[in-house]
Design a binder for this molecule. Structure first.
Ligand code: SF4
Ligand code: SF4
Length: 116
């Protein structure tokens, strides 16, 4: 996952309002960022969901990640509603970074198309 995390840190964390502007996270200790916590699931979404629209990726996010996140209760998430979830806030950029890295890794043979 490190291959995905570093580019995410550079493009998402560096711009995140919860970061220090240099890619380091400033969330309070004990608070986990969903982007980091669910990175493997995110890579799986990008690899397996053949979405023809952004909305389909959002649906996949809700179905496979938000349902197992502690912050969602009865289908509702306060963090989402108050824009406090960095994963939700930056989801379009997150998708773009993961897609780009995945394509590059497949091109240079680091990963097999079928695996990621
Ligand atoms: S909250 Fe998440 S996206 Fe924002 S800086 Fe921290 S780890 Fe990165
Ligand atoms: S939107 Fe809410 S439920 Fe979904 S990952 Fe973020 S904090 Fe968790």
């Amino acid at each position: 996952m490190e291959l995905f995390w570093e580019p995410l840190r550079q493009r998402v964390c560096a711009k995140c309002i919860d970061g220090d502007g240099k890619g380091n996270c400033r969330l309070p200790q004990g608070e986990a960022c969903a982007l980091e916590a669910f990175l493997p699931e995110l890579v799986t979404i990008v690899s397996t969901v053949k979405a023809d629209s952004y909305q389909k990726y959002v649906e996949a996010l809700r179905a496979s990640i938000c349902t197992q996140c502690d912050h969602q209760v009865d289908g509702k998430c306060n963090k989402r509603e108050t824009l406090e979830c960095a994963l939700d806030r930056y989801f379009p950029v997150v998708l773009d970074v993961i897609e780009t890295v995945k394509d590059e890794l497949q091109k240079d043979g680091t990963i097999e198309t079928t695996k990621v």
